[in-house]
Design a protein around this ligand. Structure first.
Ligand SMILES: Cc1cc2nc3c(=O)[nH]c(=O)nc-3n(C[C@H](O)[C@H](O)[C@H](O)COP(=O)(O)O)c2cc1C
Length: 172
């Protein structure tokens, strides 16, 4: 598919059908994640695929969003500062950039596979760490509840509110 078409058709899906997500599609999302570039190729990123009933109940309890309730799988993405690239001129650690690039690859792969998701950044971090001790010490940048969009799923009003190129871009 043409990339610009894919990017423009993607929207934050917040209504899902009950249809399960095939393992082959979960694997394709993970392959897209692993193909993402990271600073110095250090890949200081970890992805958790949350699929069991118990784990799904726990992760869904960490967000205030009721619309996650019937999704069959949630991906959690974290970055680790330790060992990640640090830019010498200002000591900036790139773990969050790396984890976000991986996450963006995953979000677009979801769209390309005919699935839907929303990048969730608003969640209870201490509760996530308490429910999933393995995530402690990771900078959790995203949760992606993934499923097939419901027939009447639609973009929110915010989706169309884009800045003009002239506001975001400067040619020098
Ligand atoms: C880093 C990040 C965090 C976000 N966190 C949330 C969130 O916690 N809950 C939510 O409903 N949407 C969340 N969103 C979705 C944005 O609200 C959405 O992308 C934006 O309004 C544009 O709409 P669109 O994705 O439909 O184009 C997040 C998006 C990004 C990129």
């Amino acid at each position: 598919m043409d990339f610009l078409k894919l990017a423009k058709e993607r929207y934050s899906c917040r209504k899902f059908s009950d249809k399960p997500v095939e393992d082959s599609k979960i694997d394709a999302i993970l392959e897209a994640a692993i193909s993402a570039p990271t600073a110095k190729n250090i890949q200081p990123v970890k992805i958790w695929v949350i699929k069991s009933e118990d784990a799904l109940a726990k992760i869904k309890a960490c967000t205030p969003f009721k619309w996650t309730e019937n999704v069959p799988v949630v991906f959690a993405v974290g970055g680790k500062a330790e060992g990640a690239f640090v830019r010498p001129s200002d000591n900036r650690n790139f773990e969050d950039v790396d984890a976000s690039i991986v996450a963006a690859h995953m979000m677009l792969a979801v769209q390309a596979l005919g699935l839907g998701t929303t990048w969730i950044g608003f969640f209870d971090v201490p509760k996530v760490a308490e429910s999933f001790p393995d995530m402690k010490g990771w900078d959790m940048v995203a949760l992606f509840p993934v499923g097939y969009p419901a027939e009447d799923a639609a973009p929110s009003d915010r989706h169309t509110l884009r800045k003009a190129q002239s506001e975001m871009v400067e040619f020098l």
